[in-house]
Design a protein around this ligand. Structure first.
Ligand code: GLU
Length: 291
């Protein structure tokens, strides 16, 4: 069965804005206990032990995706569902959220950041794909979504069948551009989703495409002008990135998020972020086994 947890949501804009870092938001919705003895629980020589002993972790996240990973210049911490997942992992390593070094990643630099060691982990609307798994480690998925279209209200684009010959933007390094090109659109790549969204608002392009979970956040910021249309036309399996030089991280990440799925923290994280749009809390996805 096709999963379309976000396709049915259009309104409730004010609610999702609550997940964007605005006043009154619960900045720590999941009561994540920081493990003070974290280092002693990991085997010598593992990446987990090294991170826990150093008390430092760098996590690559998006800063411009409301509901997933969002941070304005003045905010002390980013907020969103991806951020909550990352905080659960950091806590297991003995590192509180305010001690995490949050590094902004754009779609195009996620692999290089992991390969060069600029970050230890990526939690950034990061689809698991065979191509990416050739160059980085990806554990999960911890979330499922699907590609959709964002348009100006009243647009003649009502779904993917209408994009032939139209200008459709997304970001370079994402899975989304190729898909719309294959469907006959003129694909235009930008560095960030906010640049692409501005093009839709200005009429420079006809539509923006990416994961439905990202598009809803943008629609919620401009409910009078923008809307998400059509059914999802891909399945995006959102996972956690790590370096292939540290394969032991796969089981650690998978076990840590599985525990959160089992003890209700995953659902609490969803309800406090993406769920504020009115979306029903989905069943957590089944994660891949580590090699
Ligand atoms: N999930 C898709 C990807 O990883 C699109 C979203 C993004 O680029 O962050 O390519």
């Amino acid at each position: 069965m096709k999963r379309a947890p976000f396709a049915i949501l259009a309104a409730s804009a004010a609610l999702i804005l609550g997940a964007c870092g605005s006043a009154g938001e619960d900045s720590n919705p999941v009561d994540t206990k920081v493990d003070d003895n974290a280092a002693s629980q990991f085997e010598d020589g593992t990446a987990m032990k090294a991170i826990a002993e150093s008390g430092k972790v760098r996590i690559g996240v998006k800063f411009d995706q409301p509901g997933l990973g969002f941070k304005s210049a003045g905010d002390p911490q980013p907020v969103g569902f991806d951020i909550e997942m990352a905080k659960i992992v950091a806590a297991k390593l003995g590192i509180a959220a305010d001690k995490v070094e949050w590094v902004e990643t754009i779609s195009d630099n996620r692999e290089p950041f992991l390969q060069k060691g600029t970050v230890d982990f990526v939690f950034a609307s990061y689809s698991i794909t065979d191509d990416r798994r050739k160059v980085v480690g990806q554990a999960g998925p911890y979330f499922l979504t699907g590609q959709q279209l964002l348009v100006k209200k009243g647009s003649d684009i009502k779904g993917v069948a209408d994009i032939k010959g139209k200008e459709v933007c997304s970001v370079t390094g994402s899975t989304s551009l190729k898909q719309v090109e294959e469907k006959g659109a003129k694909a235009r790549g930008f560095e960030t989703y906010s640049q692409c969204r501005d093009q839709v608002l200005d009429g420079g392009v006809d539509s923006m495409t990416t994961d439905g979970s990202i598009l809803l956040g943008y629609a919620a910021l401009n409910p009078d002008e923008l809307e998400v249309v059509g059914e999802p036309f891909s399945e995006e399996r959102i996972g956690m990135g790590y370096s292939q030089d540290k394969p032991e991280l796969c089981q650690f990440l998978t076990d840590t998020i599985q525990e959160a799925m089992d003890n209700g923290n995953w659902a609490k994280a969803f309800e406090a972020t993406l769920g504020k749009s009115g979306a029903e809390t989905p069943e957590p996805p089944k994660m891949d086994a580590c090699a």
